[in-house]
Design a protein around this ligand. Structure first.
Ligand code: NAD
Length: 323
């Protein structure tokens, strides 16, 4: 079965894909715009961050499966895939520990101003006087918006740091919240009560722009706002205004817009603000996470080849009982 891998994929796992019967083309450098003219002979397309547009999906009659080697599928035109009978699948939960670890890297990095410490030392400046001012996170209240795979891992780590956890997730039951030591609240309680707010929802029509001007206005002065989910869930203008007013500090792994490629110029003026600590959408980018994702991708493809079943399918219509 012909497989095109159009993003970086754990190279140690490429041979395993060949062993389960795949004829693999590994082309991580291909640009999203080039996919429509390349896709025709392939039955399976594996992507990580590359956009899969309607043009790509429509350019092939062979394509049967698009596999996102990660959690969210918002970079794939799922609607067009469904209309063309192309399955879309993903690898949920395999990178949640990696993302949760980055949340704490950003949080502690902001509290201790690690990046600024390093920049000063690299400039051969000793400034203990300036950098001795930090708050500490023990006993602070963290508000988690979206308690899915990543939100749960963030919760566990927050408890270990001695934090009080508030959370909002319409699908989180009171009994599960109790089990996780979470105080289940409404979003407004999070904005007004939390010292640290972290977002872990998918980007969709319900969540787009949900962290808006009103939300930032309700936040405590000097609150730390972390976003490792998707840039789209935050109103970027409101975020910028809150940062410019020095109302909040932010740790962002995701931006809107952000470059789709691995390297690019990125001149968003928000990056110049000193109270913003940013990373390059690297939440899932640990060897551990990539290896777990590659294992899951192999499991999905092997099952598909052997049985035709699509594990973790995100666009399978439930069968109607109507006759
Ligand atoms: P998940 O599907 O396990 O959890 C998402 C949770 O959000 C669910 O529990 C859902 O009920 C909840 N939710 C949905 N709408 C909500 C709303 N309006 N308010 C509150 N909660 C809501 O997904 P996950 O694996 O935890 O990942 C979360 C997001 O993180 C992904 O969709 C992806 O966009 C992002 N992500 C980023 C990176 C990165 O590299 N930075 C890596 C992986 C995932």
């Amino acid at each position: 079965m012909k497989v095109l891998i159009a993003d970086k994929f754990s190279e140690a796992h490429l041979d395993r894909l060949k062993k389960v019967g795949c004829d693999v083309t590994y082309n991580p450098a291909v640009k999203a715009e080039e996919l429509p003219k390349l896709i025709a002979p392939y039955k399976i397309l594996i992507v990580r961050s590359k956009k899969v547009t309607a043009d790509t999906i429509k350019a092939s009659d062979q394509l049967a499966l698009i596999l996102r080697a990660g959690a969210g599928v918002n970079t794939i035109d799922v609607k067009t895939a469904s209309a063309r009978g192309v399955y879309v699948t993903n690898c949920p939960g395999k990178n949640s520990v990696a993302v949760a670890e980055l949340v704490f890297a950003l949080l502690l990095g902001i509290d201790r101003r690690i990046a600024d410490n390093v920049a000063a030392l690299r400039a051969h400046k000793w400034n203990k006087k300036e950098f001795s001012k930090a708050d500490g996170v023990f006993g602070k209240t963290i508000g988690i918006i979206g308690v899915g795979q990543i939100g749960v891992e963030v919760t566990r780590r927050a408890i270990a740091f001695g934090m009080h956890v508030l959370a909002y997730d319409p699908l989180l039951s009171p009994s599960r919240a109790k089990e996780l030591h979470i105080e289940l609240v409404q979003p407004d309680d999070i904005y007004t009560r939390a010292d640290i707010i972290t977002v872990h929802v998918p980007a969709n029509d319900q969540t787009r722009g949900m962290i808006n001007k009103a939300a930032f206005e309700k936040m405590k002065p000097n609150a730390i706002f972390i976003n490792t989910s998707r840039g789209e869930v935050v109103d970027q203008q409101a975020l910028r205004a809150a940062l410019e007013a020095k109302k909040i500090r932010a740790g962002l792994d995701v931006f809107n817009p952000e470059p789709a490629e691995g390297t690019a110029d990125f001149a968003d003026p928000i990056l110049d603000l000193p109270n913003l600590y940013g990373t390059h959408h690297i939440g899932a980018s640990t060897e551990q996470a990539q290896s777990a994702i590659a294992e899951e991708a192999i499991r999905i493809i092997e099952t598909f080849i052997k049985t035709g079943a699509v594990l973790n399918c995100v666009n399978l219509a439930a069968r109607t009982p109507a006759k």
